[in-house]
Design a protein around this ligand. Structure first.
Ligand SMILES: Cc1cc2nc3c(=O)[nH]c(=O)nc-3n(C[C@H](O)[C@H](O)[C@H](O)COP(=O)(O)OP(=O)(O)OC[C@H]3O[C@@H](n4cnc5c(N)ncnc54)[C@H](O)[C@@H]3O)c2cc1C
Length: 432
């Protein structure tokens, strides 16, 4: 098996173009407090340029209008786009729309419900519709088998009842993908389904965008908000089912695997930005007669941050490479590992960068404080650290069998070695 850490020159050229474009054309928007509608107008010419470059919605296969890049190249791309919250939006692959488009595509393949293509998938890809993924409930989060939202079939319709929250972009979405129990008589892994619900369907009550650490002031209808939603006897056509009945968890798994790799690469983009700020400040600020760069603690932060980011990057690229070769299921442990490891690195690097900047780092004169608040959520969304660690530990421990005596027990090994090499020992004793 070859190990190759190089990027094809043609793709490297695209990456170089993206680096420049993101820094020069997208970063400036961060400093303006534009309304959502103004931002939609402002990013339009940038989105057109991305389309001209053939980089729009690259997460999808060419037959669906994407670049067919595969996870490894997508990962490298997300590392650049993730430096700014607007990057993925301008490139047509922002969460949750990108994952939802993949879900719809897989659903069409599984069910043959071609109508979804024109109705939901194509507008989503074109950026003329927005979507949200409505799975988490106040009572069912890290353990989604506790989901209590139900969808009951009534003739040609589903009737949906339930209470969700943290449906990101729910208050600005045109449609919501709702995970609901459709068969309560079997294990949830086989009894949940995903159903498309138009946001304006009667009975959809978008209660609020939950104020969070990321955005403590309550706004309604904000891109990036996390909506609390009550579904009261919401009726939608039966054909709004994605895939087949009972495939909810299977589809969720397919959606979350690549999504996590992209999250991790976006975090690396954020980490690198915080790291660049850390280093720039270290060589610029003099205190107690030397620059910060000459203090050993700061040198430790630089060295530790670089090592951690490099490790996270290699782990993420390895997970992407494995997924491209063997599929999401085979890369499950690698994906779980980068989810908690990458989130920790992101958090640590931003924290050190804030520390190096002192009060300036704590102020809103730098983007670090908002990056820090957003980074905290990375340890929770798409499954908290602890759950991913359980996955890694379980799979790893399955490779081991219990023993009476530890395999490495020296006295036991010595006895075995004495028996095996008795002739040598006898010869050695005889010669003595
Ligand atoms: C910013 C943000 C955006 C989100 N966007 C979406 C979205 O678009 N759609 C959506 O459906 N959901 C979304 N979520 C919800 C997210 O997926 C859940 O928060 C997550 O799955 C954890 O569920 P919970 O918050 O209910 O925590 P709980 O289930 O209450 O868990 C709380 C804590 O318990 C501990 N814990 C749980 N299980 C275990 C275990 N097995 N072993 C050890 N410890 C454990 C962990 O420390 C965990 O943090 C979002 C969340 C955030 C913060």
């Amino acid at each position: 098996m070859a190990w190759d850490f190089s990027t094809e020159p043609e793709f490297e050229e695209k990456l170089a173009w993206m680096r420049e474009f993101v820094r020069e054309e997208i970063f400036p928007f961060e400093t303006l407090s534009l309304s959502h509608d103004a931002m939609v107008d402002a990013v339009k010419p940038l989105q057109d340029e991305v389309k001209r470059q053939g980089l729009w919605a690259s997460h999808l296969p060419p037959e669906l209008g994407g670049g067919g890049f595969g996870q490894l190249r997508l990962g490298l791309m997300h590392e650049i786009l993730g430096q700014t919250v607007y990057g993925p939006w301008v490139f047509g692959n922002n969460a949750p729309d990108s994952g939802n488009a993949e879900l719809l595509a897989v659903g069409i393949e599984n069910s043959g419900r071609e109508g979804h293509r024109k109705q939901w998938l194509e507008p989503l890809l074109a950026g003329t519709m927005r979507s949200a993924f409505s799975m988490t409930e106040p009572g069912a989060g890290a353990d989604p088998t506790m989901i209590s939202t139900t969808a009951v079939r009534d003739g040609d319709e589903w009737v949906i009842d339930g209470h969700k929250w943290f449906t990101s972009n729910g208050s600005v979405a045109d449609f919501l993908i709702v995970m609901a129990v459709t068969n309560p008589d079997v294990h949830p892994y086989a009894g949940c389904s995903m159903i498309v619900v138009p946001a304006d369907a009667p009975g959809v009550d978008i209660v609020r965008d939950v104020p969070t650490m990321e955005d403590p002031v309550e706004h309604y209808g904000k891109f990036g908000g996390h909506a609390e939603i009550i579904y009261r006897e919401v009726r939608v056509p039966y054909d709004n089912l994605i895939g087949n009945e009972g495939e909810g968890f299977l589809l969720a798994q397919n959606r979350l695997g690549p999504g996590r790799i992209h999250h991790c690469m976006r975090w690396l983009g954020q980490s690198k930005r915080a790291f660049d700020m850390l280093c720039e400040r270290a060589v610029s600020r003099t205190t107690h007669k030397t620059t910060l760069a000459e203090k050993q603690t700061v040198q430790n932060w630089v060295a530790d941050s670089l090592a951690e980011m490099t490790a996270a990057r290699l782990m993420t690229l390895y997970a992407a490479w494995k997924m491209d070769r063997e599929g999401a299921s085979a890369a499950r442990v690698e994906i779980a590992m980068i989810k908690y490891y990458g989130a920790g690195v992101l958090y640590n690097v931003i924290d050190r960068s804030i520390q190096v900047h002192g009060s300036l780092g704590f102020s809103t004169d730098l983007p670090l404080e908002s990056m820090y608040r957003a980074a905290r959520a990375a340890r929770i969304y798409d499954g908290p650290d602890e759950v991913h660690k359980v996955t890694v530990a379980r799979h790893t421990l399955k490779l081991y069998t219990p023993v009476e005596v530890p395999t490495e027990h020296v006295p036991t090994r010595r006895l075995a070695a004495k028996e095996r090499f008795a002739h040598l020992l006898e010869a050695a004793t005889a010669n003595a």
